[in-house]
Write a protein that binds this ligand. Structure first.
Ligand code: SF4
Length: 315
């Protein structure tokens, strides 16, 4: 889909998911977070124990649906709250976010994903997972879904630096990510890459290197997330002991603008901040004002006179 930046309607200098979905489906299309009751191999001991150091009690899916309810009930509940905000003329993309959503037997995936896709006005599916958690069989099934609907598989990479991955107990390497990415790409599946800025020990150059490397791949979308320090996590203990410091808002905005300039213009930007449970957020507290962060990014790109892709270098 061709895009021209800055966007004529929104004035945005990057390829927003909102605009992409509207162009693709003809009307406002929103994600519906659902909870399929999945676990995670980095929590149950298969890959690691304790999980990633920043992982919240809800498997880093703080807006996932209510596990007590069926998929159809969760969908209906989220849909009605979205309708209160956006009106009723909407299309939906069910989104399995919490924990590792391919970490289950194939028949469970088929049942849950099939039920989600059968909801009224569901025009696609988004599945978030770890890159080391996609078997060939699962990938074959996802490829089948991808031929039927608009499927995006979100791979949690966070950083290309194995030294950082080790620090945050990620329990997979960049090479593992490339393998998982390859298994999906060779089947023509859209991949969204999730990265985090502000991880312990990382400076701006390291964060930019992560984006430079993923820019050489054929990715569909990216989510750039600010590291949230959440009460009750290992990361929070490390932070309170002074082992690392939080990113300032100014540093975050400049880093994100640099990253947007490095990304190819066709990559969809699904997120540029973090959405989490504000009540358990220890730091950075400035991130609670999401609007200021997004406005700050817009303002900085305007000041620079640049748009997404201006510094993209083809491999
Ligand atoms: S992979 Fe996701 S769900 Fe699993 S421990 Fe890490 S952040 Fe939590």
């Amino acid at each position: 889909m061709d895009i021209t930046l800055p966007d004529r309607v929104t004035g945005k200098r990057y390829n927003t998911q909102n605009a992409y979905l509207k162009a693709r489906f003809g009307k406002k299309t929103v994600k519906v977070s659902l909870n399929g009751g999945f676990s995670c191999p980095n929590i149950d001991g298969t890959k690691g124990v304790g999980g990633c150091t920043y992982c919240s009690a809800r498997g880093s899916g703080d807006f996932g649906g209510d596990l007590e309810k069926s998929i159809a009930e969760q969908f209906a509940a989220v849909k009605s709250s979205l309708e209160r905000k956006w009106g009723t003329d909407l299309l939906y993309i069910p989104y399995f976010q919490a924990n590792t959503n391919t970490y289950a037997p194939l028949d469970k995936l088929k049942r849950l994903f099939g039920e989600a896709l059968s909801q009224e006005n569901a025009v696609g599916l988004a599945v978030s997972t770890r890159p080391d958690c996609i078997s060939e069989k699962t990938a074959d099934y996802l490829a089948e879904l991808s031929r039927q609907t608009y499927l995006t598989v979100e791979l949690g990479l966070q950083t290309v630096h194995d030294i950082t991955a080790e620090k945050i107990n990620r329990c997979h390497t960049y090479a593992d990510f490339l393998h998982g990415y390859g298994v999906l790409k060779e089947r023509g599946i859209n991949v969204c890459v999730h990265i985090i800025n502000g991880l312990p020990g990382e400076n701006r150059e390291m964060m930019l290197e992560t984006v430079r490397k993923i820019s050489t791949l054929d990715i569909h979308a990216v989510k750039i997330h600010l590291l949230h320090i959440i009460r009750g996590t290992v990361l929070a203990e490390q932070f309170l002991r002074g082992e690392f410091s939080e990113m300032s808002m100014e540093d975050y905005i400049e880093t994100v603008c640099d990253q947007l300039e490095l990304l190819p213009q066709n990559v969809i930007i699904e997120r540029l901040t973090g959405d989490g449970d504000k009540s358990s957020l220890i730091a950075p507290l400035w991130s609670r004002d999401k609007k200021s962060v997004l406005n700050g990014i817009d303002k900085e790109l305007r000041r620079r006179g640049t748009v997404q892709g201006d510094r993209f270098v083809k491999a």
